[in-house]
Design a protein around this ligand. Structure first.
Ligand code: ZN
Length: 240
């Protein structure tokens, strides 16, 4: 990176973080806890500033010009139960903010959308979710049933999106303003729908950097998987 280049921003996407994936687990959606620890330690020692999604959204909406620094935002899809045990203590150590997107129809249960029943995909209970929110973790919506919104009927999409927001808000007693498209699936109608239903931003699985003029309802995120070493993690942060 040249010295005169301005900063950049990256939203990282994680799913489950744990000690040992079981054999049904999709390793693209799993990060080993030791690797995660290394990645967070690296971020802490690096030039990157780990900020909240709200903070980044504020910068995008108000600046519309180059970022002053290099920013990283941490997001975790699906709301895996183990988050409190495997992720939160590490984030606390560095005072890193985070956003999780629990599947609202699966709270306190093992995920029902995956083809095989996978205990790695146990979703936080309502009580645990409330506690996470009270501990400063931001909560975003990710539909009721983890449906792919790009190929579902628009009325059904509306219910899935809106009902998940209402349900999560009733539990955490705070506004839910961010949305994550399950399976990264969306289209123009879905995007407009999310905007019209009271969200202020939405995140995708499009693997790109955030630009100061990124559209707030189509924020790209870069995946971290089980196969990422510390070296490849650094590449995710530097290469488009
Ligand atoms: Zn998901």
């Amino acid at each position: 990176m040249e010295n005169n280049q301005k900063g950049k921003a990256i939203i990282l996407l994680y799913h489950q973080v744990g000690r040992k994936p079981i054999k049904q687990t999709n390793l693209d959606c799993y990060c080993h806890q030791d690797r995660f620890k290394e990645q967070m330690a690296f971020l802490n020692d690096s030039k990157y500033k780990v900020i909240s999604l709200d903070d980044l959204v504020g910068r995008i909406s108000s600046l519309k010009k180059d970022f002053d620094d290099d920013y990283v935002v941490l997001t975790f899809d699906d709301g895996c139960e183990k988050f409190s045990e495997t992720v939160l203590p590490i984030l606390r150590k560095y005072d890193f903010p985070s956003t999780i997107y629990p599947v609202a129809g699966c709270l306190g249960e093992v995920a029902s959308w995956s083809k095989v029943v996978n205990p790695d995909l146990s979703i936080v209970s309502k009580l645990a979710l409330k506690q996470l929110s009270e501990q400063g973790v931001s909560i975003g919506a990710h539909t009721i049933s983890h449906i792919n919104l790009s190929n579902c009927d628009i009325d059904n999409a509306k219910e899935e999106i809106f009902n998940s927001k209402v349900l999560l808000e009733s539990i955490i007693k705070k506004d839910v303003t961010s949305f994550s498209y399950p399976h990264g699936g969306y289209n123009e109608d879905v995007r407009s729908l999310v905007k019209s239903l009271g969200f202020s931003n939405a995140v995708t699985c499009n693997s790109k950097f955030i630009k100061p003029d990124s559209y707030l309802f189509e924020l790209p995120r870069k995946y971290v998987t089980y196969f990422d070493t510390l070296e490849s993690f650094k590449t995710i942060l530097t290469d488009e």
